[in-house]
Design a protein around this ligand. Structure first.
Ligand code: FES
Ligand code: FES
Length: 162
């Protein structure tokens, strides 16, 4: 007998239905629905690659059961901006070389966006603490911190808020 249950997830402003078991993680559900911008890394809360915003707060989707976030606002990287209309964080990561292989980038940008919504002018320490749950094996982090600071300045100047 199937233990699947219908759930409606609100992803990037659109409702999407999934028929999944109660133990399915949000990461598995999102990727099953085609949201490949949510990366699957460690699946145990260590790397931050799977981060999404839930009601504006960065959360590791591998540690969240999909059924527990029904009806809440889930935002993935693609919900922040597109290639034609990038979010300032996407723009600065691209321009300042903060993304190399790119695997950590969606989670880094989601964690950064979560920080900047609460704290538009973070100190270096604030930034390091906010991104401490996101691992990058390529960049050495310096360019990532530069990119977040550059985007934060743009967002302060333009008053941009998601
Ligand atoms: S895949 Fe979720 S924290 Fe690594
Ligand atoms: S750019 Fe490769 S892991 Fe961060």
């Amino acid at each position: 007998m199937s233990t699947n249950k219908e759930v409606t997830l609100r992803i990037n402003g659109k409702d999407e239905a999934a028929n999944i078991p109660p133990h399915r993680t949000l990461l598995e559900a999102l990727r099953g629905l085609g949201h490949a911008d949510v990366k699957c890394g460690c699946e145990k809360g260590d790397c931050g690659a799977c981060a999404v915003l839930i009601d504006g707060e960065a959360v590791d989707s591998c540690l969240t059961l999909a059924h527990t976030v029904a009806g809440r606002e889930i935002t993935t990287l693609h919900g922040l901006g597109t290639a034609d209309n990038p979010h300032p964080l996407q723009q600065s990561f691209s321009e300042l070389g903060a993304s190399q292989c790119g695997f950590c980038t969606p989670g880094m940008i989601i964690a950064s966006e979560s920080l900047l919504r609460k704290n538009p002018n973070p100190s270096d320490e604030d930034l390091r603490i906010a991104l401490s749950g996101n691992l990058c094996r390529c960049t050495g982090y310096v360019k990532i911190f530069e990119a977040v600071n550059a985007a934060a300045a743009v967002m302060r100047n333009t008053g941009e808020k998601q």
